[in-house]
Design a protein around this ligand. Structure first.
Ligand code: ADP
Ligand code: MG
Length: 243
């Protein structure tokens, strides 16, 4: 039986009086899958990720993460159980690469010897040279910074990784390299990946399933092959054609 890690049922989120950012979304995300989410700018992708890791509250519906209702989770514990990667990495500029990778371990009071060992494992996993661990983010390329952002999110060995357009700002060659890196990490860790992208090719290459969003709603949620062969709506058909 397929184990569901994240279950979103009829969830809506409004900003202010009437800005409906997420509109009655339902998604069951299976353990170990690599889900990609794609859709036009402003369609609610970031909001959906923020709802999953408890950074924003929803108005209606239910979200279960690892079989626990959102309201039952201690939000700090929830966020430490989920790796979160944002666009442009969002590294702490005044901390070294190593300190960035160790940040959550450090605030969680993990033993320093273990932190040291883990930083080396993480560098290896994301293909950052050990010699760069003591450098500051400002001296790294965009691609390297993004790798460190991924390492930081992986530090506590989360079962779930949420990635919000992590490769959006990178050139094509670097993007392709890190895509392959992410696939390797996904295979190696067995974690569930949920990744937002605005690149359809990337969504179809990396995603075991793809959720296509439009105006806060899910237009289609299926495998890349099924979406290509049978677009669920005219809108999806056009979205794919326009690409
Ligand atoms: P995406 O990531 O797909 O580009 P977002 O989830 O960031 O979209 O935004 C969805 C909609 O909600 C947009 O119309 C955006 O302007 C609005 N929105 C996002 N965050 C806020 C906020 N903090 N306050 C008000 N409106 C917001
Ligand atoms: Mg966004």
């Amino acid at each position: 039986m397929v184990e569901t890690v994240i279950k979103i049922a009829g969830v809506s989120k409004t900003y202010g009086e009437n800005k409906l950012a997420v509109d009655n979304v339902s998604l069951s995300i299976a353990k170990g899958e690599f889900l990609t989410i794609i859709g036009p700018s402003g369609c609610g992708k970031t909001t959906l990720l923020r709802l999953i890791n408890g950074l924003a509250d929803f108005d209606s519906g239910n979200i279960l993460v690892m079989n626990r209702h959102m309201h039952e989770w201690d939000k700090v514990q929830l966020r430490r159980s989920i790796g979160y990667v944002i666009q442009n990495a969002g590294l702490f500029p005044h901390l070294s690469v190593k300190q960035n990778m160790q940040f959550v371990m450090s605030i969680s009071g993990i033993d320093e010897d273990i932190q040291e060992k883990r930083a080396h494992e993480l560098a290896d996993l994301v293909e950052i040279a050990v010699s760069q661990l003591d450098e500051f983010p400002g001296s790294l390329s965009g691609g390297q910074q993004q790798r460190v952002g991924v390492a930081r999110a992986l530090a506590m060995k989360p079962q779930i990784m949420l990635l919000d357009e992590p490769l959006g700002a990178l050139d094509n060659v670097t993007r392709r390299k890190i895509q392959i890196g992410l696939q390797k990490i996904h295979n190696k860790t067995g974690a569930t990946f949920v990744m937002v992208t605005h690149d359809l090719k990337e969504a179809f290459t990396l995603g075991t399933r793809v959720a296509i969003m439009n105006k806060g709603r899910i237009e289609q949620f299926d495998t890349p092959d099924n979406i290509r062969e049978k677009p669920a709506t005219d809108w999806v058909n056009q979205f794919i054609l326009d690409y």
